[in-house]
Ligand binder design. Structure first.
Ligand code: NAD
Ligand code: UDP
Length: 339
């Protein structure tokens, strides 16, 4: 049985991916400092899978702690989710982002070299494409970033590209996620943002449960059919499955590969709002607000390369994504703090 180290495994994408890995028969070790998550997520994953996860409540920036994970386990591959991810916060606190995201990754890569673990999938983001010259976005498009958060993703991609040239033993998958939403269909695990959500779907579900008053839609004068921005929303379980397929590729000995993980379909903010209203069964109050700094009009993936080389194809529809987002929120109005 192969052992996968999942950094940031208690987070939104991490917890769903850990479940998918356990279901595929992998043994899973998680390191997470719970700075943006709750250990309860992993306990629920264990219940859903009927299997245990080995949990290290450590910070990846602490080299000595991190090394214990490598000393005590024979790791076959790493999925590296750990990182801070709020774009706006990264503009206000750039050093916090550089410290956390870059130092944790340097520690990880040094340990991987020392313990001869040469297989890694990295959580990159569609943000590395900046405002693309056209849509859909292909993996070979130019890369531009405009926030410290985005820059940490690009710096880490560059580090991994350099490492792959220096050491051909490395198998590296750079996975560029589009917009994950939804939750596991059981409603036991889901997205659990701290404070007021920055992202569209958790904001809508928190309006629906009465925690927030109304949704502000950032801009209705974009050059899109209904004037609101278009994004590629992907169900979190499809995204988790993408990691399992990426691991297959890594274990086949792939060198460095880069994939978009998206659906290839673009939906506007109003499309998402309407899908959510259908799932929730009532209208959501909203008003139009000025554009949000840094937003681009349209962003959606070409999913072709991931399909051709990984066999990855997103299965869930926007209505199913809305259903599962709402199912999670209504069953867990206070996220993981319920229990
Ligand atoms: P998340 O915040 O839910 O999960 C990240 C996890 O990493 C959290 O559990 C957090 O506690 C942990 N963590 C952060 N810094 C750590 C450190 N120094 N040591 C140990 N643990 C640490 O975020 P997510 O949505 O699951 O995202 C996972 C990854 O995917 C991140 O790297 C993020 O940048 C990237 N990503 C996310 C999205 C998205 O929309 N959610 C899109 C593109 C890329
Ligand atoms: N959005 C919005 N109101 C909100 C949050 C988001 O109108 O309260 C819009 C945002 O402008 C973007 C889309 O919803 O067009 C998706 O935003 P999100 O922050 O979820 O993801 P992003 O694509 O920015 O990473």
């Amino acid at each position: 049985m192969k052992t996968i180290l999942v950094t940031g495994g208690a987070g939104y994408i991490g917890s769903h991916t850990v479940l998918a890995l356990l279901e595929k028969g992998y043994s899973v070790v998680v390191i997470d400092n719970f700075s943006n998550s709750n250990v309860e997520a992993l306990h629920r994953v264990e219940k859903l899978a009927g299997k245990q996860v080995k949990i290290y409540p450590y910070d990846c920036c602490n080299k000595e702690d991190f090394e214990k994970v490598f000393k005590e386990n024979k790791i076959d591959a790493v999925i590296h989710f750990a990182g801070l991810k709020a774009v706006g916060e990264s503009v206000a606190l750039p050093l916090r982002y550089y410290n956390n995201n870059i130092i944790s990754t340097i520690n990880l890569l040094n340990l991987m070299c020392k313990y001869e673990v040469y297989n890694i999938a990295f959580s990159s983001s569609a943000t590395v494409y900046g405002d693309p010259k056209s849509v859909p976005i292909y993996e070979n498009f130019d890369l531009h970033v405009s926030s410290p958060y985005g820059r940490t993703k690009l710096i880490i991609e560059d580090m991994l590209r350099d490492l792959s040239v220096a050491n051909p033993k490395f198998n590296i998958a750079l996975l560029r996620y589009f917009n994950p939403i939804g939750a596991h269909p059981s409603g036991f695990i889901g997205e659990n943002p701290n404070g007021i959500p920055n992202n569209l779907v958790p904001y809508i579900t928190q309006v629906a449960i009465g925690r927030l008053k109304e949704l502000g839609i950032f801009g209705n004068d974009y050059p899109t059919p209904d004037g609101t921005c278009i994004r590629d929303y992907i169900h979190i379980c499809d995204l988790a499955e993408g990691h399992v397929l990426a691991l297959n590729k890594i274990f086949s000995g792939c060198g460095l590969v880069t994939y978009n993980l998206g659906t290839g379909k673009g939906y506007s903010v109003l499309d998402v709002l309407h899908a959510m209203e259908k799932a929730i069964g009532k209208p959501i109050p909203y008003s139009f607000k000025p554009r949000r700094a840094g937003d681009i009009p349209a962003c959606y993936a070409s999913p072709e390369k991931a399909f051709e080389e990984l066999g990855f194809k997103a299965k869930y529809t926007i209505d199913e994504m809305a259903r599962d987002s709402w199912n999670w929120q209504k069953n867990n109005p206070n996220g993981y703090e319920n229990k």
